[in-house]
Ligand binder design. Structure first.
Ligand code: IPD
Ligand code: CA
Ligand code: CA
Length: 265
């Protein structure tokens, strides 16, 4: 696979930040047993990763804007391009020593996501996509799963946690979906949920009230792998509103139908 200059910029930044996250994750595993726990250390690791990403991306594309979860915001001279970055998606997993987290980078150009990257530095799985050029896991082309029956599907979701989101609605949605599918999963890193969906590892995904940096990197992976990603009204800019439904054409439609029933009940 021949990578574009743009993807190379994103990959170099992600690999550099990934090296420090991987080192810090090793430390977290030790801190786990201390009474105080690794909370502050993880916050610092998160910020360190964002600083690296911000600096690397700025060095290669000085004019582009930058929005990062840890507060990094830069207005570029080039108003048409913005990096949307989550330096550590899956913080709870990271904090608990669960090796399922990622760096997520999306590039927005004039209201569209045109490139995306999701990188798990522990498994060294690098998911990348550019508009019109396909989605890849390392060098291998990705395709969403072809299953057509919900009854055969493994479906991933996100759940509201302490003090966040609409718990009652989430419970109704789960009650609507769980009995109709082969398996329900909650992995804890939305960017990897989208990347794994693009890789055909499961069949559909939904989550509400995400942030742009949870979605931007993974959204284009799914689309370039032949899948559908929208909000609950079928709008095609879900990273703006934060509600996401994804799958192949059939799974996306069927899941959306179940979720709408749940919302009305
Ligand atoms: C979180 C993860 C998680 C999702 C949460 C996000 P963070 O991001 O993507 O899967 O359910 O809503 O906030 O906080 O780990 O970067
Ligand atoms: Ca996140
Ligand atoms: Ca984060």
């Amino acid at each position: 696979m021949l990578r574009s200059a743009l993807l190379n910029v994103m990959i170099k930044a992600a690999q550099k930040a990934g090296r420090t996250l991987k080192r810090d994750f090793g430390e977290v595993e030790h801190l786990q047993v201390s009474l105080k726990g690794p909370g502050n250390f993880v916050t610092a690791a998160d910020r360190r990763a964002e600083e690296i990403l911000c600096a690397e991306l700025a060095a290669a594309r000085p004019g582009y804007g930058f929005v990062g979860e840890e507060g990094g915001k830069r207005h570029g001279t080039d108003e048409t391009h913005t990096w949307i970055v989550d330096p550590l998606d899956g913080t709870s997993n990271f904090l608990h020593g669960i090796p399922h987290f990622a760096i997520s980078i999306g590039l927005e150009r004039e209201g569209m996501i045109v490139a995306g990257l999701v990188y798990n530095p522990i498994s060294d799985e690098l998911f990348t996509a550019e508009r019109g050029k396909g989605a890849f896991l390392n060098n291998q082309r990705l395709r969403v799963a072809a299953r057509k029956r919900l009854g055969d599907a493994v479906v991933a979701c996100g759940l509201p946690h302490m003090g966040r989101g609409d718990l009652e609605l989430a419970n109704r949605e789960i009650a609507a979906v769980q009995p109709k599918v082969a398996g329900l999963r909650r992995f804890g890193a939305a960017s990897l949920d989208l990347a794994w969906l693009a890789a055909g590892r499961f069949d559909a995904f939904w989550e509400r009230q995400l942030s742009p940096w949870d979605i931007a990197g993974g959204l284009i992976l799914v689309r370039e792998a032949g899948g559908y990603v929208t909000d609950f009204e079928q709008g095609d800019t879900p990273w703006i509103g934060g509600d996401v439904v994804a799958g192949n054409e059939t799974m996306h439609r069927e899941l959306l139908r179940l979720l709408k029933t749940a919302a009305r009940s």
